[in-house]
Design a binder for this molecule. Structure first.
Ligand code: ZN
Length: 307
């Protein structure tokens, strides 16, 4: 799965250090991330040395290429090196390489481009896919916590932990993670595979959803199953978990057996409803290789009779 990066080691302790040339820099524009195109069309995260070499990028802050064209192009009154060391926010490290967040959105120009964050699932090195996605999650969190929700005054970064602090009321904001359940619903030798109707979704999935306020994980399994496919389940068993940065989630994977009538009643209400849900016999399951996701890890376990 995406978090399985051995022999590399993810170090999420908050131990800020000065940026090195080989460290990676995360630049986001909403859910898009700035990548640099290398020879052969290979997309990579920019490093500190990339941004020092192409420091004109840093002097053209703009939300879009059209805004950049219309805006003056101010020359920074300090060197790019000073600018980066004063501006970059430390996120975490993988092995000896640190990931930093640049809290600005410069206009991109070749060989740089903003791409949808889902492209990060397919970076050249698996550990970079995980690192980049996790870095985007943290960058989004910092971006949404410039101000205190209680006082409205600008927050400051804690120097001792990954948190921002309100200088007026002292409230401390930590990154929030949203719990999600994914459920492998089985009926003897069949498993229920779904497809979501949102545009562009072709892959099969399992029933899934966010845990609501006041629920246990098992409550969420029962509610989501009833809401989405109209089925009762029993023998709910925890299988495994996965951090999923793309929705700031921690996913808990469960197996559950259908309880009673296995007839599916699809939920067609809501903005993220299912397009289909069908029982697939074990011996007809495709060996699809979506190795980054817990969904397909669990489907693979069912196919191999390991669930
Ligand atoms: Zn406050």
């Amino acid at each position: 799965m995406i978090q399985d990066i051995a022999p590399h080691t993810f170090n999420n302790e908050y131990t800020p250090s000065a940026p090195k040339d080989s460290d990676y820099v995360i630049v986001v524009d909403d859910r898009r991330i700035l990548l640099k195109e290398h020879a052969g069309g290979r997309l990579m995260l920019p490093t500190v040395s990339d941004l020092l070499r192409d420091s004109d990028l840093l002097s053209s802050p703009a939300k879009s290429a059209s805004e950049a064209a219309a805006a003056p192009n101010p020359v920074p009154d300090h060197s790019a090196s000073d600018f980066l060391s004063q501006t970059l926010t430390y996120l975490f490290s993988i092995d000896e390489t640190c990931f930093f967040f640049l809290p600005e959105t410069p206009a991109a120009r070749a060989p740089y481009q903003y791409v949808n964050e889902m492209v990060l699932r397919e970076l050249e090195h698996d550990y970079l896919s995980f690192g980049a996605a996790t870095a985007v999650q943290l960058a989004q969190w910092y971006t949404l916590h410039h101000f205190c929700g209680k006082c409205g005054v600008a927050t400051v970064h804690s120097t001792t932990e990954r948190a921002v602090i309100c200088p007026k009321c002292g409230h401390i904001y930590y990154p929030r993670i949203s719990p999600v359940v994914i459920i492998a619903i089985t009926d003897k030798d069949r498993i229920l595979l779904t497809k979501y109707s949102r545009k562009g979704t072709k892959r099969h999935s399992l029933v899934a959803g966010f845990v609501e306020i006041g629920e246990t994980l098992e409550d969420a399994v029962r509610r989501e199953t009833m809401e989405e496919v109209g089925l009762r389940v029993k023998n709910i068993r925890y299988i495994e978990s996965q951090p999923w940065a793309f929705s700031s989630s921690l996913i808990s994977g469960f197996a559950a057996e259908v309880d009673g009538d296995p007839t599916v009643h699809l939920n067609t209400d809501g903005k993220d409803e299912l397009a289909s849900a069908e029982w697939i016999p074990r011996d007809e399951l495709a060996c699809e290789d979506h190795s980054v996701s817990l969904t397909w890890d669990m489907i693979g376990k069912f196919r191999r009779q390991e669930l």
